[in-house]
Design a protein around this ligand. Structure first.
Ligand code: TIU
Length: 224
């Protein structure tokens, strides 16, 4: 029998063979002082809450043999993939590409671009580098998921209303069933986190489902 995840607006039956765990942008640039998130004026400590729940789901997903995808937001060192509209926006303390304590802000290969050590990818896991907020835009994520016949995405990471939401919206329009892991997502703005999750499950699940790390670990345990 296929496992079932307790979720809003309704429980979801899923096949582990066609399900992927997608961890969005758990990078030092967003979670640690001196990175992109802090240059935008945010309290980056707020994002730490997502790390233990993601660790728990990641361990369960590895045991259950799920496809695991990590994404990283960032740009090429020459910034050729960074549109001026993104580079020029706002009044950050340091712009994308400027030097910082963790290397150049939001640039691939720099220390700040790395995924936090607690959630580091291991051999066999997919790492998608993305220049935008959504994980499908200008990446080969769609091709990777198609090759594995993936139909359901368990999605977590940061931030809830920016890269997690954009990715879930992109995935929903591409026909994937998306389950946001509520406590495995976080935002610099707690009210945006709360409302962002509510928006996914509203109207009978207009963008997908919202679950929790505990519910996912339980469902994945049954999938082994
Ligand atoms: N600023 C903010 O909330 N998020 C981002 O810029 N990127 C991601 O969400 N990863």
């Amino acid at each position: 029998m296929l496992p079932v995840i307790a979720a809003d607006p309704a429980p979801l039956t899923f096949d582990p063979a066609t399900t992927a765990l997608v961890i969005i942008d758990m990078q030092r640039d967003f979670l640690e002082p001196g990175g992109f998130g802090e240059t935008l004026g945010n309290d980056v400590t707020l994002l730490q809450t997502a790390v233990p729940p993601i660790r728990a789901v990641l361990a369960a997903a590895r045991s259950a043999g799920l496809l695991i995808v990590h994404t990283r937001e960032g740009h090429k060192p020459d910034l050729s993939d960074a549109p001026p509209a993104k580079l020029e926006r706002g009044t950050p303390t340091a712009r994308i590409g400027a030097p910082g304590p963790m290397g150049r802000i939001l640039i691939r290969g720099e220390p700040g671009h790395a995924i936090v050590p607690e959630l580091a990818p291991i051999r066999g896991e997919v790492v998608i580098d993305k220049p935008g907020k959504g994980a499908f835009y200008a990446t080969d994520l769609g091709a990777v998921l198609s090759a594995r016949r993936i139909a359901t995405l368990l999605v977590c990471g940061v931030t809830t209303e920016v890269c997690v939401h954009t990715t879930i919206r992109e995935a929903n329009d591409r026909g994937y069933r998306c389950v946001a892991i509520g406590d495995g997502c976080a935002s610099y703005r707690p009210e945006f986190h709360r409302v962002g999750l509510a928006m996914i499950a509203a109207q009978g699940g207009i963008f997908g489902w919202v679950s929790s790390s505990a519910a996912e670990v339980e469902a994945l345990g049954g999938a082994r």
